[in-house]
Design a protein around this ligand. Structure first.
Ligand code: SF4
Ligand code: SF4
Length: 469
């Protein structure tokens, strides 16, 4: 039985019979393409450089999942910095909201790694292999997937996908760790080998097959835009007043400026027709502006039939830059980002946590009268200098601290853990516990006081002592 056929195209990337409609957009050179190229190559350099650029001894951006640390331009956030991270994330979200309210999906078209890699790395390679001498349709007719040009393209894709995947992983485990995985035998690093292989395959499949589906299906941002845009947002728009009625042919009498050449459609990386108005699929890449400007130049009409404009401007009104959302978003941004900066500057010079024993019994009897507790202090140095951290007991003359690593040096932005023992008389425990106070200092003005509950034996006379007290 034949597959049912839709009465029209449901998605720009699907044919009526439900099969994938492959989009191979024509590149359109022009003013906007030049600007985007400059931005894209600058961003590419940035994406690739970040794992190699160190600030205060750490990569510029590192999302260290095993250690649960996030380093961002020399500042390290720990699990205890949830509020700070939340403020930073909210500030970023509001900045994107503001950019969208002003300029539409400018992030999608200009800054998103999916677009930058697709349009400025993978697509040029595809054009080199498939459209340089013969058009891609001819390749399809001459063997399609089996054509050597397509195999060659995929081979180059795989190499680049592998490089990008390793760079991506370096954001999580550092470039040194990735190099270690790459140059070591897979058997010596099975987890690292598996991760790099899986991420390489994911990057390859994304750019070789999934492509614009990421923007149309997977990413939720396109669906938000109708809520984030208003009639004053400057978006890539077709001027229907000027363009319609569209029509082909040299005789332009009674016709608008649009010659219905479809250059704006064949250049669109998401396969839509901008003349149908604002659509969820439009990523504001501006390629249709350049394509149409070129057509207008050819027919001697002024440029700008497709241009950055607002719906108010297109209907003859003026654009209002000052409106509730363009006032409230910056205010909210200032509030969240200002609080973030204040909280960041008010953070202690170190984050210190006292922990119990890593394994084994909670305490050990040293002899009949002394109890030993294995304790650890974890210190995260938030300053820009290396400091020696010292731990000591406060107001506990009967207890002894044995710390072979006391004076532990911690580099800027790093976290180290110091193990030590505390000996205390059995008689000082009540109901199996005793609270003690510790101080940790860095020798440069930072001191913090922590309490810790030691564990010990429950004695027969605990209740008697409790009654005496
Ligand atoms: S490129 Fe311009 S002239 Fe050609 S179809 Fe699109 S809007 Fe019309
Ligand atoms: S409609 Fe124009 S701006 Fe929107 S995605 Fe297509 S080519 Fe880019």
């Amino acid at each position: 039985m034949a597959a049912p056929v839709a009465p029209g195209r449901v998605l720009p990337t699907l044919n009526e019979d439900g099969t994938r409609r492959w989009i191979r957009p024509k590149w359109s050179d022009g003013r906007w393409a030049t600007r985007r190229r400059v931005v894209a190559y600058a961003l590419l350099a940035l994406y690739l450089a970040i794992p190699h650029v160190y600030l205060s001894g750490k990569p510029t951006i590192l999302l260290d999942l095993p250690r649960r640390e996030f380093t961002f331009f020399g500042v390290t956030f720990l699990p205890t910095d949830t509020l700070l991270l939340m403020l930073l994330a909210l500030s970023a979200v509001i900045a994107v909201f503001l950019a969208t309210a002003l300029l539409g999906r400018v992030w999608c078209g200009w800054g998103c790694p999916q677009t930058v890699y697709m349009e400025f790395v993978f697509r040029p390679i595809e054009r080199f292999f498939e459209s340089g001498v013969r058009g891609s349709t001819k390749i399809d007719a001459e063997g399609g997937r089996l054509h050597w040009r397509r195999w060659a393209k995929h081979a180059v894709y795989l190499v680049i996908a592998s490089f990008l995947a390793h760079t991506f992983l370096a954001y999580f485990v550092t470039w040194d760790a990735v190099s270690h995985w790459v140059f070591g035998a897979p058997a010596a690093h099975p987890v690292g080998f598996a991760i790099t292989t899986i991420v390489t395959a994911a990057v390859f499949l994304d750019f070789a097959y999934f492509r614009e589906q990421v923007c149309l299906v997977a990413c939720p941002y396109g669906r938000w835009q109708s809520a984030l845009l208003d009639n004053d947002s400057m978006i890539v728009s077709y001027d229907a007043n000027r363009g319609e009625p569209r029509g082909k042919g040299k005789d332009r009498s009674g016709k608008g400026s649009c010659v219905d050449c479809a250059a704006c459609v064949t250049t669109c990386p998401t396969g839509i027709d901008i003349r149908n108005g604002l659509q969820m699929e439009c990523i504001h890449c501006t390629q249709c502006i350049d394509a149409c400007d070129h057509v207008m130049d050819t027919i001697g009409e002024p440029r700008g039939l497709i241009r950055y404009s607002s719906r108010h401007l297109l209907s003859g009104d003026r654009t209002h830059w000052l409106r509730p959302r363009t006032v409230l978003y910056p205010l909210a941004f200032l509030l969240f980002f200002g609080t973030f900066v204040y909280q960041l500057s008010a953070r202690d010079a170190a984050d210190v946590t006292v922990l119990g024993t890593a394994s084994g019994a909670p305490f050990a009897m040293q002899n009949a009268t002394q109890v030993s507790n294995s304790v650890r202090v974890r210190v995260a140095n938030r300053t820009a200098l290396t400091h020696p951290y010292t731990v000591r007991l406060i107001d506990a003359d009967d207890a002894t601290l044995i710390a072979p690593m006391n004076g532990m040096r911690v580099d800027p932005g790093h976290t180290e853990t110091m193990p030590f023992f505390i000996l205390a008389p059995t008689s000082s425990f009540r109901h199996g516990t005793r609270e003690i106070a510790l101080s940790v200092t860095d020798g440069a003005g930072f001191t913090t006081r922590l309490t810790y509950r030691l564990r010990g034996p429950v004695r027969d006379d605990d209740d008697d002592h409790g009654a005496e007290r």
